[in-house]
Unconditional design. Structure first.
Length: 145
């Protein structure tokens, strides 16, 4: 049995309503991105070494903002151990900052895509764009172009 066709005017009205809803969602997303950008720029994470003598604070890209060394650290002068402890503490803070940033960006972009950007993984960055192309699931494999 054939379904009755909607009158053209009704179909156009339905499409217009859907488009308006999509535009409203877009503007909400865009406003949310502004808020996200401001919050991301303010993101700071502090990590401490296991002994508590080192505190490293990093920004949203894992860049070192502040380093605090407890004076007790100089009681046992071992520059290699100190350097290693500083590096590990900064790396721990940077990893935590990246995790927090990934959580913040979830409403706007897949976490894997953000991680690809953070690691400068160009294949990962282009993965979604490639997939959107005709035959995109084959792009990058030399099979379809």
């Amino acid at each position: 049995m054939d379904r009755p066709q909607q009158p053209r005017q009704e179909r156009v009205a339905n499409l217009r309503a859907k488009l308006e809803a999509m535009m409203e969602d877009y503007y909400k997303l865009r406003d949310g991105l502004k808020e996200f950008q401001q919050a991301a720029q303010r993101l700071q994470v502090t990590a401490s070494s296991p002994d508590g003598y080192i505190k490293a604070t990093v920004g949203p890209r894992g860049q070192l903002i502040r380093l605090e060394l407890d004076p007790r650290i100089y009681r046992q002068p071992n520059s290699r151990a100190l350097a290693q402890s500083i590096v590990e503490t900064v790396q721990r803070a940077a990893t935590e900052a990246a995790d927090k940033l990934a959580d913040m960006v979830k409403p706007f972009m897949p976490a894997e895509e953000l991680q690809a950007h953070m690691k400068l993984d160009f294949d990962g960055m282009l993965k979604r764009a490639d997939f959107m192309l005709p035959g995109g699931d084959q792009v990058g494999r030399g099979e379809v172009r």
